[in-house]
Design a protein around this ligand. Sequence first.
Ligand SMILES: [Zn+2]
Length: 376
Amino acid sequence: MKRIEHALLSPSLGAGRQLTSLHFGQAGSGPKAYIQAALHADELPGMLVAWHLKAAFTQLEAAGHLHGEIVLVPQANPIGNDQTLLGQQLGRFDLASGENFNRHYPQLAQTIYPRVKARLGRDGAHNTRIIRDALRAAIEQTPVRTELHSLRQHLMRLAVDADIVLDLHCDYDAALHVYTGTPLWGQCEPLARYLGSSAQFLSTEAGGDPFDEACCRVWWELQALAANDRLEAPIELACLAVTVELRGQGDVKHSQAKQDAAAIIDFLRHRGLVTDRPAPEMPALKQPATPLAGSENLYAPHPGVVAFLVAPGSRVEAGQPVAEVIDPLNDRVAVLASQYGGVVYALENRHYASAGMWVAKVATATAFKTGSLLSA
Ligand SMILES: [Zn+2]
């Protein structure tokens, strides 16, 4: 294992943070996987999974069972982990700018297409190498004026040329679920099956430019640009990027983390990065993939205390009660139900609802939303 420290731009005199990446295997000898945890710094199940992955990768590397390179970043957001305000740890938004730590990543297709267009040929693997060179160069040119910009640039630099990018997050109180690009579902399904994922969300553009999309969307956008120009140049979907939601914020437990790490390693066996033994047979997919545009939020119509009626991961029919919002002063009881039916994949973990707060989220098969599909 090689450990590399990446200094972030110092925001203030006397202050300085660093990002740490752990490198296993041999760069260039095979595929590259990049795995990071806790980009939303208050989402910690992935950091514990990373701890178990670190131990496993160390052993696999020592035994000569890695083909290619695995880059592991157990703490993707040292800025967010250091944001404690009035006793609360605030890891989703950068206090200095108000920006979500998982938004505003560079989408580079339009930037690099004019630079690579004339050099693309009939060999897809050759084109992938040219595109990755251009992506690496473009990352170096992204403006870095703040500590947060420098964090984003370091993360992109580590991930942008990987074949597999796993961004480990969690929701408030949730069943395990994944987000990926619609064109990537075939590549993602084995991961979803090994992880036992309860909901799989697909989109070609989620809105807000999250980290995973910055790594993968460029490939199908370049395909579209090349097709528009009638270039006879195959462009591969060379990066599978998946945001893995490892249940809820409270689900930081060794038993689950070991199981999740084992599932990720089985997926890496399936992809040929881990070579100690063949990948085991995949369990069945728990639920079919559904459009991210079909993720239905159930909102509190009035303030009150929330009583949940189902557990995360439950399947509900259209109209089946999911939660009640109870106003004990005026005897109002709002019964919240899905309009379409589907898997209740996430619940709020606060039990006092203000008017308009989302209380539960349901993965439905009906793509009814347009515009930005992610929450703030
Ligand atoms: Zn998150």
